[in-house]
Design a protein around this ligand. Structure first.
Ligand code: ADP
Ligand code: ADP
Length: 242
């Protein structure tokens, strides 16, 4: 798994309004770094930069999509993120987003989306790990049930578990959990957290969370506030610091 490095990253969606204000941190290969902080701090923005949803690295110049005011450098194993194609980044990075939008297709299609070469049995195992296999097989059309506007309506938590199954199946070297369990009830959350931690082992992982309590075993925790890292340390150190 690659090392991820942010060097003095600045970013804003609009001119004159910086959302990220000089972020520097490293996620060593195979380790987990968690970013915690209040809503609006810039956590999701930081995650989006990592898969080049927006560009970084042309200080004072608009990116190709017109996004203004970006500066700094993001790299994977020392190689500038801008030298990767979108397709290669998609293969390398698996993200479980906060709000999953599923394809208007079968549950199986949605789970196998990142790995169409994987067999149906592998998709079932991933669903089992995400605690939705029993739920799916109880549906009249099982894994072939269509979801979305033209099919089954899933709750936020169910959609999130489909996204988790998809990421488990894809098994990429870099993982991003953007409040990956925020839509789940606490019983499911605990079970799935254990699952997420075990897949995150030996992968370079960025965990985004509101609460410090959900990221106990990260190698490092960054506290983000208004686009700046205001504290960093291990879980116990940050708790001690209040
Ligand atoms: P967090 O994940 O910590 O809640 P976000 O990264 O989602 O924070 O948002 C940080 C700031 O950027 C917020 O003020 C938010 O309103 C703003 N923002 C997020 N996405 C966009 C966007 N697509 N366009 C303009 N502003 C945005
Ligand atoms: P919060 O409730 O604090 O907003 P979320 O549950 O929304 O946090 O998002 C953080 C999630 O990331 C955790 O609940 C858990 O599923 C996952 N997570 C936390 N720590 C780790 C870790 N060390 N490795 C892998 N995944 C983790």
């Amino acid at each position: 798994a690659p090392e991820i490095r942010f060097e003095d990253v600045h970013f804003g969606y609009e001119p004159e309004r910086e959302i990220l204000r000089g972020l520097s941190f490293t996620i060593p290969a195979g380790q987990t770094v968690a970013v915690v902080g209040p809503s609006g701090a810039g956590k999701s923005t930081l995650a989006r930069l990592l898969f080049r949803f927006y560009e970084v690295g042309q200080p004072g110049r608009a990116a190709a999509d017109g996004t203004p005011a970006a500066g700094g450098r993001i790299s994977l194993d020392g190689q500038d993120l801008r030298s990767f194609t979108q397709a290669s980044l998609r293969r390398a990075i698996g993200i479980v987003p906060q709000d999953t939008v599923l394809f208007n297709d079968s549950i199986e299609y949605n789970i196998r989306y990142g790995r169409p070469d994987a067999g149906p049995e592998a998709a079932r195992q991933a669903a089992q790990a995400a605690h939705i296999h029993d739920f799916i097989t109880a549906l009249p059309q099982g894994y072939q049930t269509r979801v979305g506007e033209r099919g089954l309506k899933l709750s936020g938590g169910e959609k999130q578990r489909v996204a988790i199954a998809r990421t488990l199946l894809k098994d990429p070297p870099i993982l991003i959990f953007d409040e990956a369990t925020s839509a789940l009830d606490s019983a499911n959350e605990r079970a799935i957290q254990a699952e997420l931690r075990s897949v995150a082992r030996n992968k370079t992982t960025l965990v985004i969370a509101h609460r410090l309590s959900t990221v106990v075993d990260a190698h490092q925790i960054l506290v983000l506030d208004q686009g700046r890292i205001v504290e960093r340390g291990r879980h116990a150190e940050l708790l001690a610091a209040g």
